[in-house]
Design a protein. Structure first.
Length: 284
């Protein structure tokens, strides 16, 4: 039997090209399958909800059919006053969300790097972070109000606190669990400290850092909506709670859908960012 190594160069090239084509087709089919499943599942749930609500199995006063919610969403687009009110609430929540996320992510990244690189920093901070991390962040909101007042600053501070833990823990783990060979090679080649940090430490920990950012953004979204439930006269959380209080249930579901869409888009964005910045890491 003729083996691949015994075949002429042209035949070998044809075999390699065929294998590459099959691999590309397999990856394409896998992407299409994931896309179909990710779309089919929520669509199936919405259809089930529609049927149950229309048939009376669900109380339509509290679980209006998705088509009715869609009509309400269309009203927010076509009616200038409703659109302006919704956009104002979204913009207010957006400022709180992204400001808190940026502050918490930066602080968590710096502290996580310190804990990952320095045993002294790890010994000083590890117990403190592990002891305070399980505290429900929303229970600390009264303290944030005491320190920062009842305005936006207290909400941003609580969001930043929630994001901080996600980034600090994931960054520290990413640095500590990176392959020790990388450090040995850096030492052997006597790389400058900044080059070692930029070219070795951060890239090795990058998948874990990105995972922390994704979790942190989800935590930030939860905390923004929760604080607006408790103490706010604007924002998407206030919009949802106020809609429930006046029993405008379709509008409430529109607000919930917006939060869900933002969460889904953020997960997709961080996955895409991970594939771009860390293509060697397996993206789920």
């Amino acid at each position: 039997m003729t083996t691949m190594t015994e075949r002429p160069p042209r035949a070998q090239s044809a075999v390699v090209a065929e294998i590459s084509r099959e691999l590309r087709l397999g990856r394409r089919r896998a992407r299409v399958t994931r896309l179909v499943l990710s779309v089919a599942t929520p669509v199936a749930l919405l259809l089930l909800w529609e049927v149950l609500s229309r048939s009376g199995a669900l109380d339509a006063r509290f679980f209006p059919p998705p088509t009715e919610v869609a009509d309400q969403a269309a009203a927010f687009v076509t009616d200038a006053e409703q659109r302006s009110d919704l956009l104002h609430n979204l913009s207010v929540s957006g400022v709180r969300l992204f400001a808190g996320f940026a502050i918490g992510a930066l602080a968590g990244f710096v502290v996580g790097l310190a804990m990952g690189l320095s045993k002294l920093a790890r010994d000083a901070l590890d117990l403190l972070i592990n002891a305070t991390y399980p505290l429900p962040k929303l229970t600390l909101f009264p303290l944030m109000i005491i320190f920062f007042g009842i305005g936006d600053a207290s909400k941003i501070a609580l969001v930043a606190l929630g994001v901080f833990y996600m980034l600090a823990i994931n960054t520290a783990l990413g640095v500590r669990q990176s392959n020790p060979v990388y450090g040995d090679v850096s030492t052997a080649f006597r790389l400058p400290l900044w080059t070692r940090f930029r070219r070795v430490v951060v890239p090795a920990a990058l998948p874990s850092i990105l995972a922390g950012m994704r979790l942190g953004f989800g935590q930030a979204l939860i905390l923004v909506v929760s604080t607006e439930f408790l103490s706010s006269n604007d924002g998407i959380g206030y919009f949802i709670w106020n809609s429930w209080q006046v029993l405008d249930v379709p509008a409430m579901f529109v607000g919930l859908a917006i939060v869900g869409v933002v969460g889904g888009l953020s997960a997709w964005a961080f996955n895409a960012l991970g594939q771009w910045l860390a293509p060697w890491a397996e993206q789920k």
